[in-house]
Design a protein around this ligand. Structure first.
Ligand SMILES: [Mg+2]
Length: 178
């Protein structure tokens, strides 16, 4: 292995990066959680790959399409660029076992609490799983992290940058050579 592996911060999207209005997908409805752009920039500067892993069952439910999800993410990335923050990769799961759109009516391992999206990112990107963590607001995010073998940190709300600063402090203490 001669690639340089980096730690990754896997971030849930709705309720962590943007305020969850319920199946949020229109660019004009993007409203960042307090401190989210600064938190992402902090992770960029600390050398983490920032990887979004988000369940988007609204696609399976017929509320919006995968193109809408992509448009929303492009808008989010543009807004972040204004403050020199950057998301390195987006993974989203459009499936749901009880969806109404046949192509997406699947009980898929990507859907959190399944670890599918994180495992795929670990295969596709130069990530050091041992130094990586997931931040999410739901138990299903923590289950996905555990299933993929990365640390999980449950975001209780409030300012995401404060929360991420605390997580990075813990991570650097854990990774300090003894
Ligand atoms: Mg969430």
């Amino acid at each position: 292995m001669n690639r340089i592996l980096r730690p990754a911060a896997f971030l849930d999207r709705d309720g962590v990066i943007n305020i969850d209005h319920g199946y949020t997908h229109r660019p004009q409805d993007l409203e960042f959680v307090s401190g989210a752009p600064a938190a992402i920039r902090r992770l960029n500067e600390a050398g983490y790959m920032v990887v979004v892993v988000t369940n988007q069952s609204g696609v399976a439910r017929g509320y919006y399409g995968e193109d809408d999800v992509a448009r929303f993410h492009a808008h989010m990335q543009r807004e972040l660029r204004r403050v020199t923050a950057r998301i390195d990769a987006f993974y989203s799961c459009p499936y749901h076992a009880e969806g109404i759109v046949p192509a997406y009516r699947v009980d898929h391992p990507d859907r959190k609490p399944g670890p599918g999206m994180i495992l795929r990112a670990l295969r596709q990107l130069p990530i050091d799983a041992g130094r990586s963590f997931m931040i999410g607001d739901l138990p299903s995010d923590m289950a996905a992290a555990a299933g993929a073998g990365v640390a999980g940190h449950r975001f209780p709300g409030g300012d995401l940058d404060d929360f991420v600063a605390g997580v990075l402090l813990q991570a650097s203490a854990a990774n300090r050579p003894t």
